[in-house]
Ligand binder design. Sequence first.
Ligand code: COA
Length: 408
Amino acid sequence: MRDVGIESLNVYMPMYSLSLAELAKARGVDPQKYRLGLGLEAMAIAPPCEDAVTLAANAAAPLFERGLVERDEIALLLVATESAVDHAKPVSIFVHELLRAHPACRTYELKHACYGGTAALMTATQWIASGASRGRKALVIATDIARYDIGSAGEPTQGAGAVAMVVSDVPQQIAIDFRRSGSFAEGVFDFWRPLDRREALVDGQYSVDCYLRALDGAYQDFERAGRNGDLKSPLPITDRFGVFLYHVPFPKMAWKAHRRLLEIDWRLRDEEEPPEECFAQGSFENSVSPYLAACRAVGNSYTASLYFCLATLLESHGERLRGEQAALFSYGSGCCAEFFNGVVGPGAGVETGVQRLLAQRRPISVAEYEAMRTGAEDDKSAPPDGFQGRFHYAGTERDRRRYLPVSG
Ligand code: COA
C-alpha cells in the first residue's frame, strides 16, 4: 500500500482584519485579556460579498491556476462547512460550478461543526487508499465564517477562512496514517446554531471542558489502536511526535489542550514522576506555538482552523520539518473529535498563501466591522478595492444565489 495524504494545499482568508486591541477598547475590556488570556491579535472579517462558497472557491482556484492539479484528475470534491448557504443545495456544488470541475466527480457537503474538515480529509484518504479512486485525486475544502453575537463573550473569537487540499497517493506535503486514528463522540450542547440564526449560540466555558474531555477520549482510542488495546506506551508522547497541531478556536485553547495531552499521556503510562513537560512551557513553545501564527491573526475559521496550523507549518517551517512525525487533533462541538498522525512530506516548504494574504489585508475599525455585521446579507455591490479573490457573491435573484468571477 502506497502512502496517502495531502499533495498540495492553499489557503484563503478575507481581506479585512479587525485588531483585537481595538475591539477590547470598544468593549471596555482589558486588551491583555484578548492578547494573553485568549492568545489573539486580530480576526479576519469577511466583506458582504464573501460567504462559505466564495471562500472555498477562492482557496482552491490557485491550485488549478498554478498547475498543481488538473480539473479532470479530481473525482471527489468534499466541502466541509458549518456556514452553509442553503438547507438543501450544498456549498460543494456551487464550488464545483465555479471551479469548472469535471462532471465525473462525486461531490457533497459535510457538517459536524469544526470537525467537518477532518471528516472530509479522512473520507478522502480512505477513498484513495481503498483503490476506489482508480488513480484519481480528491479535493477537500474546509471553509467557514465564525460569527457570535456582537458584545457576547464569543465575539473576540470570530474569524473566517478556507483551506483547500488535494489528497492523493503522492503526499508531498503530509502523509496521513489513515489506519490509526482515535475517535470520540458524545451528544452535548456546548455550541450550536439553530436553522434560523446567523450567529452561533455557545456555552463557552462548557465548550472548553467538552474539548478537553474529547481530547482525552480520542487520544485513548488512538493509543489503543496503535498497540492492539495496550494503552501503555513505552515512550512519552513528546518522544514520538515533534509537532502537535490542534483545532484552534482561540490560540490559548491549544495551550490548554497540549498541557492536558501531556498529562493524559503521563497518566496512561503510569509513571511515578510526571515529566517536566507537564509543567513547563518548553514543549508548547517548540512543538505547538510556531504553528499558531495564522490563527492568532485570522481567529477561528471553524473547520479550517486546524488546517491553517498545517498551512503555517508547511509554508514557514516545512523544509526543516520534512520527515517529522506530526500529531493532529480535531474537535467539533456537539461533539465529535479525532486524534490522528502524519509525516511531513518531502515537498513541504512551499508557499501556501498564509504570509502573502496576511500581508495584503486591510485593517478596519470597530464601527466598519459593526456596520458590515448588521448590514443586509444580500449584497449586489462590486467587490471592494483590494479584493484578493477570484469569485464573489453577487446577491440573490428569484431565490437563487449568484456568484460571479472578479473582472479584470
Ligand atoms: N489579562 C490577562 N488574562 C486575562 C485577563 C487580563 N486582564 N482577563 C482575563 N484573562 C484570562 C482569564 O484568566 C482566562 O484565562 P484561562 O482560561 O487560562 O483561565 C482567559 O483570559 C479568558 O477569560 P474568561 O473569563 O474565561 O473569558 P470569557 O468568559 O470571556 O470566555 C471563551 C472565553 C473562550 C469561553 C469565549 O470567548 C467563548 O465562548 N468563545 C466561543 C466558544 C469557543 O471558542 N469555545 C472553545 C472550545 S470549541
